[in-house]
Design a protein. Structure first.
Lengths: 447, 494
């Protein structure tokens, strides 16, 4: 018989992988956290070392070959100096007039003096991740790495090298009415890497609205690997909007792990316009009955931008409801990837899950890849997915132009309507307006 | 609800062991030595009296196969196949190219009789005169284990210029045609099982429709795995020359076996300018018993190449058998304005595992494709649709519509959908929709309220569910397929 082929042993060999190993060896002793955290880091780095950077043969990274897209690993960003902090003041301008509670992370480090920590609502607690990791009885000790199991190499890398971030806790029954905004900003003038990790715990019956924005300078090939773990208690309500407007050469890898308990409501919307390579992965575990989950996303891409959204919704309990709605508008030679998986376990009877992803290709060179996936083990369910790709409807455009609207404006109108469906589903009115505004700005900037 | 409970219980009690075609024909057969080696390949090639280039072609594939790894991405699990524990060639011993049916071994004819269905034209096979006009027009090329034993209607086809013969014979009679097209759609590099097939394939059908000819009848082939532990590796090659049309039917059953049998076929279709090929399959191989013991492993590579302008290839399949199905009939839409279709019903019951779907690869301008897939899972089975629709840079105006629906019967089975949609051209318009659900209580209630028994109501709903696909089958097959669906879901739905 044909000898069983030897297992593919792929030693760490790319420049980026070697550099990451060196970085880890050099800084591991100085990273925050006690011995437990150190052990967690070592285990995570081993996971990463075994797998290496994700590549085409890794199914969930099929369309985003990080071995090719991330040729090298940048040095870790230093602690922000006064200059960096000064530059960070203006960050998060998209929502600056809305009066949100701003928590600012500069070059991967939480900066209290730029953050609004005054008059915390009752039940709301905020801490820096680095401080919380050092506390053996802190929130990270109970939750970090325990929300949703994943062997993803990029997440493992984050766990190994996580430096700082924000820990937000909302006590049971507390309704935080003022949205919390996490502003992640890179101000470095040389290419650096930042590994941020945040943890949000919304206890039973509590309510929190979170905005997360990521930005940085154009023309600098910095790397961001950020992760957010979320625990939503029974009957709680959580809404999040993540805006990615990274610099033109940035690699932005983001993971969200969310575990949601019974009768809770979960909502997450991605809004992506910046970054050379952007990956948003969301692993959602519906652990309790009758959870309502809504996920949306808008990608507005141009040039050679590459954005990849990966969703994995795990219906583990009965009567859950999930809705996903994603839109991509692709200009230039950009690429958008949407991979969405809905898994329904045998126990999750009466699940109702719908997913829709649509891509609009504006040029000859844009590309869209879609991989909606259903994995169903329960019979009494309603699950569906739909996806479309295509270009603007020329007839509608003609209709508008025949009524005196210039071609470009007609296109803009149609595109705004196209992405509007997702933006309109966001609960906070201020955010809706800001994102509609950002869409308009993006459309005006089109060549 | 009580109705659901009943259905669930019925699924549980379903007796998958009652495989209707589980009998064995005792014919002496001649086998190659067990196992796979260059010698075995040479043995097959010599037996087939093949030209030197064919032997070389096989050996190249074998050398390549040795370096390949079994694919693991499909959602199927099975114990590792020992490729050295199979016979790669088995031929009924009394075999001498029969000139007429009288020369065919009566045991084989009896087998056909028992099978009843795809060779339902027993009278025709037996040569009974039927008045012109009433005669169902079907030509049959039967593959009994590894060798085609009977080819009917040869004369009439010959008059039309159609070549329809075992591929081994075509190699002798039309070597140039075979050489030109064989392996041009599914190359040796394609995948593990296709490469294996290329190395060891024993026989199959060859069809060539000359330019402008509409094949005067439905062509049909009939596969049956009989001998113990023989893998069946047939290879089908259909070429529709410019402006021609052919409809090809393929049916499969296999006797009951304890050990798993491997089936790794390759089907290549080539459609030139304005040609159309319609390929229909009813697959009813032994699915294994209720515990998942035995059954056929069906690892098949089927691909059609719409090479010419405005050519069309249509795949229709009804899959009810096999322990494991791993099959993705695909269309490469190369010619401008060409179109591909895929209609599928995949039913899994017991412990069957189905991982099937299609690929529509849009390369040319204004190419269109349509995918309608209906999966029904019952018992403890898993049914996966896996498909790719892609439009390349130059595929301006490509159009695809995909609809895959899954129906779950019972709560121990799984239904999965894994589509890939890749667009590299802005004018490509792709639409994809998939749903998974169970039979609606409302519908059942409505039917039962009007006096239908629950079984009948379920059967009615299931028939409605698969109707879009059944309509695509040629008449002769549609009736059979409908029966097959009922048999496959016996106990769980009507």
């Amino acid at each position: 018989m044909a000898a069983p082929a030897p297992a593919l042993v792929r030693p760490m060999k790319t420049g980026a992988e070697l550099a990451l190993a060196e970085t880890f060896a050099a800084v591991r002793a100085s990273l925050p956290g006690g011995p437990d955290v150190a052990a967690q880091r070592t285990a995570a780095f081993d996971t990463f070392a075994d797998a290496g950077l994700p590549h085409r043969r890794v199914e969930s990274w099929k369309y985003t070959d990080l071995r090719a897209l991330m040729r090298d690993a940048k040095p870790l960003a230093p602690l922000p100096d006064a200059d960096a902090k000064a530059k960070a003041v203006a960050a998060g301008s998209l929502f600056s007039t809305l009066g949100f509670r701003r928590l600012v992370v500069v070059n991967g480090t939480f900066v209290p003096e730029l953050s609004d920590l005054a008059d915390l609502e009752p039940g709301l607690t905020i801490a820096s991740m680095a401080d919380a990791l050092a506390d053996p009885t802190g929130l990270p000790a109970s939750y970090l790495g325990r929300t949703v199991a994943s062997s993803d190499a990029v997440l493992a890398l984050n766990t190994a090298l996580m430096g700082d971030g924000v820990v937000v806790h909302v006590a049971a029954g507390a309704a935080v009415t003022r949205p919390v905004e996490l502003v992640f900003v890179t101000t470095a003038e040389t290419p650096v890497a930042a590994f941020t990790r945040s943890l949000v715990v919304v206890e039973d019956g509590a309510r929190l609205s979170l905005v997360e924005s990521h930005e940085g300078p154009a023309g600098i090939a910095y790397q961001v690997n950020t992760a957010l773990e979320l625990v939503v208690g029974a009957g709680a309500t959580f809404e999040r909007v993540k805006v990615t407007t990274e610099g033109s050469d940035a690699v932005h890898l983001a993971t969200m792990l969310a575990k949601v308990a019974a009768d809770a409501s979960f909502s997450n919307t991605f809004f992506t316009t910046g970054g050379a390579v952007v990956r948003n992965q969301l692993l959602l575990h519906l652990a309790g009955e009758s959870v309502k989950a809504h996920m949306g996303g808008v990608s507005l891409l141009a040039g050679k931008q590459h954005a990849d959204t990966m969703l994995s919704v795990d219906h583990a309990a009965p009567a859950g409801e999930s809705r996903e709605s994603f839109r991509a508008v692709l200009d230039g030679a950009s690429q958008d990837i949407f991979q969405g998986k809905i898994a329904v376990r045998q126990a999750a009877q009466k699940t109702d899950a719908r997913m829709l992803s649509r891509a609009l290709l504006l040029t000859e060179t844009a590309e869209s890849c879609n991989k909606p996936e259903l994995e169903i083990f329960a019979d009494d369910v309603q699950c569906g997915h739909g996806c479309t790709t295509g270009t603007l409807d020329q007839q509608i455009k003609f209709y508008l132009m025949a009524r005196g609207i210039p071609a470009k404006e007609a296109e803009a109108l149609l595109i705004q309507a196209f992405v509007g469906e997702v933006i309109d589903a966001i609960g906070e009115e201020g955010i809706r307006t800001a994102l509609a505004e950002a869409t308009r700005a993006w459309l005006l900037g089109r060549e | 609800m009580a109705a659901v409970q009943d259905t669930v219980e019925q699924v549980r009690s379903i007796d998958v062991d009652q495989y209707k075609y589980g009998f064995e024909t005792n014919i002496e057969s001649e086998k190659a030595p067990k196992g796979l080696s260059e010698e075995v390949i040479r043995f097959i090639s010599t037996k087939k009296e093949e030209p030197e280039w064919m032997l070389q072609w096989r050996l190249d594939a074998y050398a390549r196969w040795l370096t390949m790894q079994e694919p693991e991405w499909a959602r199927v699990s099975y114990p590792q196949i020992d490729f050295q524990d199979l016979y790669y060639y088995s031929q009924p011993k009394k075999f001498k190219a029969p000139k007429s049916l009288d020369e065919v071994d009566p045991e084989i004819l009896k087998t056909y009789e028992k099978l009843g269905i795809p060779l339902r034209e027993q009278v025709i096979l037996a040569g009974v005169e039927i008045p012109e006009g009433e005669r169902p027009k079907i030509a049959v090329d039967a593959v009994f284990d590894s060798v085609s034993v009977a080819t009917t209607f040869k004369e009439e086809l010959k008059a039309a210029g159609v070549i329809f013969m075992p591929i081994s014979e075509a190699l002798r009679e039309h070597p140039d045609l075979v050489k030109q097209y064989l392996g041009s759609v599914v190359p040796a590099t394609d995948n593990y099982y296709a490469t294996l097939n290329q190395a060891v394939f024993s026989d199959g059908s060859f069809v060539y429709i000359p330019p402008g000819v509409r094949c005067p009848m439905e062509l049909s082939t009939y596969f049956r795995i009989n001998e113990k532990n023989t893998g069946q590796f047939e290879r089908t090659l259909i070429i529709a020359d410019k402006g021609s049309y052919v409809s090809y039917l393929e049916g499969c059953t296999a006797p009951m076996r304890d050990e798993n049998q491997l089936h790794a076929a390759v089907v290549e279709l080539v459609a030139l300018d304005d040609a159309e090929i319609k390929y229909s399959t009813v697959q009813n191989w032994y699915p294994g018993d209720a515990e998942g013991k035995g059954g056929i492993y069906n690892f098949v590579t089927k691909r059609g190449d719409c090479r010419g302008r405005n050519s069309k290839i249509s795949w229709t399949q009804v899959e009810t058998g096999s322990a494991i199905t791993w099959k993705y009939p695909s269309c490469v839409l190369r010619g401008e304005g060409s179109s591909g279709e895929f209609y599928s019903i995949a039913i899994s019951n017991g412990r069957q595992q189905v991982d099937s779907g299609t690929k529509m690869i849009h390369l040319g301008k204004n190419t269109t494709s349509r995918i309608i897939s209906k999966g029904i899972s019952a018992g403890k089975s898993n049914n996966t649709y896996r498909g790719l629709v892609s439009a390349h840079r130059k595929a301006a105006g490509a159009r695809n519509f995909t609809n895959c629906d899954s129906l779950l019967i019972g709560d121990l089975c799984g239904a999965h959908t894994v589509p890939y949609i890749e667009a590299k051209n802005p004018t490509a318009q792709f639409e994809h929709e998939a749903t998974t659900s169970k039979i609606s209580e409302d519908m059942l209630f409505y039917c039962m309220q009007r006096g239908l028994s629950q079984e009948d109501a379920v059967a009615l709903v299931v028939n409605g569910f698969v109707r879009d696909v059944l309509q695509q089958l040629p008449m002769e097959f549609a009736v059979e397929a409908q029966k097959l669906i009922s048999i496959s879901l016996e106990g769980s739905v009507g």
